[in-house]
Write a protein that binds this ligand. Sequence first.
Ligand code: AMP
Length: 348
Amino acid sequence: MTKVNLGIIGGGQLGSLLAVAAKKLKIKTTIFCDDIDAPAKNYCDEFIFGDYKDDKIIETFINKVDVVTYEFENIPFETLSEINSKKKVFPKPEINKIIQNRFFEKNFINELNIKTTDYKFIKNKSEIIENKTLIPGLLKTCTLGYDGKGQFKLNSVSDLNNLVIDFSKEYILEKFVDLKKEISVIITRFKKDSYEIYEPIENIHQDQILRTSKVPAMIDKKIKNTSEKWAAHISEKLDYIGTMCVEFFIDKKDNLYVNEIAPRVHNSGHLTINSHNISQFENHIRAVCSLEKLTTKKLFNAEMTNLIGDEILKYRDKKSKDNEFFFDYKKKDIKPMRKMGHVTKIIK
Ligand code: AMP
């Protein structure tokens, strides 16, 4: 049998960890990325540098690979569709089209009768004032925002006087949730009614960036069951193939809301590399390459900490303890607020 060549679009830490998981399964990886210094260069078998809209590069990529997946959601829909017309893309491009726009994504979730925070589509300043019942709230760009980028916190309408908002972009205004906890559920769907689901992971954010993730999440059984049920329902309705993550808010009254869906492996699932027999990355590769679905089991409780900015330096210099696993994304430059690596501690 010839070796499968898996194409991965995007070469950040997720692409790197996917390439590492693929290697374990003896699957070749070709990464296509618009960053010449992408960290995944260090881990894949072949690297193609180019613009995601460059037809020639897209053609080269298509010709090299057997099946394609991606590590981030902001890839032009036209690019994914073009690739999908020649080689299968998982998850399918239509899913990405819904999820890369916060407004479409929230509409989709609400149509399934799954709760999100209240929200409204916003085109200009007066529409914010008309919807002031959503304040305190967050104004988020419909597309391209992550880790708090493209977001404005509004504590009162008067905050608008101090902000410069570019209304050539589209926004949603969403009500601020009085958070008790944040959790995520990672699920890998192989086909209809066939999936592996990881127990909810508890996440702590700082400045809207994920700081730590741990299992088990300290939540009651009802929230655990509902979050898992909703994640499974969303993946079925999307006819999803591969690993995805559903991020949830739990408010002080124990109401559960979906914050967002990530149509890909997710930072909060990094701990599964060490806590489970099969990581979110390996399961993703298994699903998109039509390999066997094995039963996923937790082996250990664990806590993962993201190393942000120059925090990485300390870890590069020290020897990890036996129960600590350090991952360096080998990004070229250290920048403040940039995720540079992570460390997972397993708890026996
Ligand atoms: P996001 O990019 O939308 O996932 O937001 C990043 C983080 O900002 C979330 O994980 C929360 O910690 C915080 N956040 C975003 N939206 C809200 C909200 N409506 N209410 C409270 N916190 C929020």
